[in-house]
Design a binder for this molecule. Structure first.
Ligand code: NAP
Length: 310
């Protein structure tokens, strides 16, 4: 099979940190173009817009959209309609409805659609899912606390409607728990803290449960300085499991049981190559649905204004 000729749209932090190195290391792909209004990539055909890239490079097989979620729907629709395969960064869109519309469009298009959840490819996620499968879950607690100024320096879009604020990272935790817990769960109540100058929350506390009344809680914070916390604690009838460091470590009763080097984006591109070869799509909106529920049901509190010098 010749390599899949791919273009990247939105050459920002995640495209540079993860997509470029993952593509460089994967012989199934050849990066042939980028489209970004304010950035270009040396040695690669660079365009300001997706339209120009699609027009100038009919040989493109696939496009990876690394733009903010609010602009992805239009870009994905245009790319699918051009007959290309599409990979979406997480969150896959600004609303459930638009992602479901894209999934439907992909069904009648020659291209595959892959709505990625990179945290599901963290090395301890699959072992955790297997460990939990034969146990009775009693309690789940998510602690997802990071510093927005480190991971999203100077990004205004994250505080605008559709930017999702603290749910931009927290949706990663939700992507893991929706993959490893045996039952669906749903929100009962929550509190979302909005800085007085922002349209998206900077912190949240959420209370979910499932059909067995298992309590599932989440503490989310976007202002954590010092060590960052991306942990999920699960109490079962046969001991306690902890996924730490965003799913890269699994502890059972405080003993490290599984740890491996982080390979999330190589895993995503391996999966994308598989989907392209099979002309299949992979779109799971479950994590985004929980975020939508939090905006529907959560109590809103106003907190001090947020400023980022970045
Ligand atoms: P970013 O640094 O702001 O990059 C996004 C790029 O998209 C921008 O550089 C911009 O490039 C382009 N863009 C196109 N339309 C835009 C618009 N209306 N507003 C702002 N930028 C626009 O953001 P990022 O951190 O890479 O995040 C992009 C996506 O990746 C998000 O969905 C995020 O959740 C996901 N992600 C981020 C991280 C992380 O650590 N930052 C980790 C995993 C996933 P031009 O101005 O050149 O067009």
């Amino acid at each position: 099979m010749p390599p899949i000729k791919i273009g990247i749209v939105g050459l920002g932090k995640i495209a540079r940190d993860q997509h470029l190195p993952a593509l460089e290391a994967n012989p199934n792909f050849e990066l042939v173009a980028v489209a970004s209004r304010n950035a270009s990539q040396e040695g690669i055909a660079s365009f300001e817009t997706l339209e120009e890239m699609l027009e100038a490079m009919p040989e493109l097989d696939a496009v990876s959209l690394c733009t903010p979620p609010t602009v992805r729907y239009g870009q994905a629709r245009q790319t699918l309609r051009a007959g290309k395969h599409v990979m979406l960064e997480k969150p896959p869109g600004a609303t459930l409805s638009e992602v479901e519309d894209l999934a439907q469009l992909a069904e009648s298009s020659p291209g595959s659609l892959f709505a990625t959840w990179h945290s599901r490819y963290a090395p301890a996620v699959e072992p955790a899912q297997k460990w939990l499968a034969s146990r009775q879950i009693r309690k789940v607690h998510i602690e997802w606390k990071e510093d927005v100024r480190v991971w999203h320096p100077g990004q205004r879009w994250i505080w605008e409607p559709g930017g999702m604020g603290v749910f931009d990272p927290a949706i990663n935790a939700l992507s893991i728990v929706t993959a490893i817990l045996p039952r669906r769960f749903f929100l009962h109540e929550g509190t979302l803290q909005f800085p007085e100058n922002c349209q998206a929350p900077i912190a949240a506390n959420l209370y979910f449960s499932d059909s067995e009344d298992t309590p599932i809680t989440a503490d989310l914070d976007f202002l954590q300085t010092g060590p960052q916390t991306w942990d999920i604690h699960i109490e079962t009838d046969e001991g306690n499991l902890a996924l730490r460091k965003g799913g890269s470590q699994m502890f059972v009763n405080d003993q490290l049981e599984h740890e491996a080097p982080e390979q999330e984006y190589p895993g995503l591109y391996a999966r994308f190559a598989e989907l392209v070869a099979r002309r299949e799509s992979d779109v799971d909106v479950a994590p985004l649905r929980h975020v939508a529920d939090a905006f529907l049901l959560g109590r809103r509190e106003t907190v001090a204004a947020f400023y980022d010098e970045g």
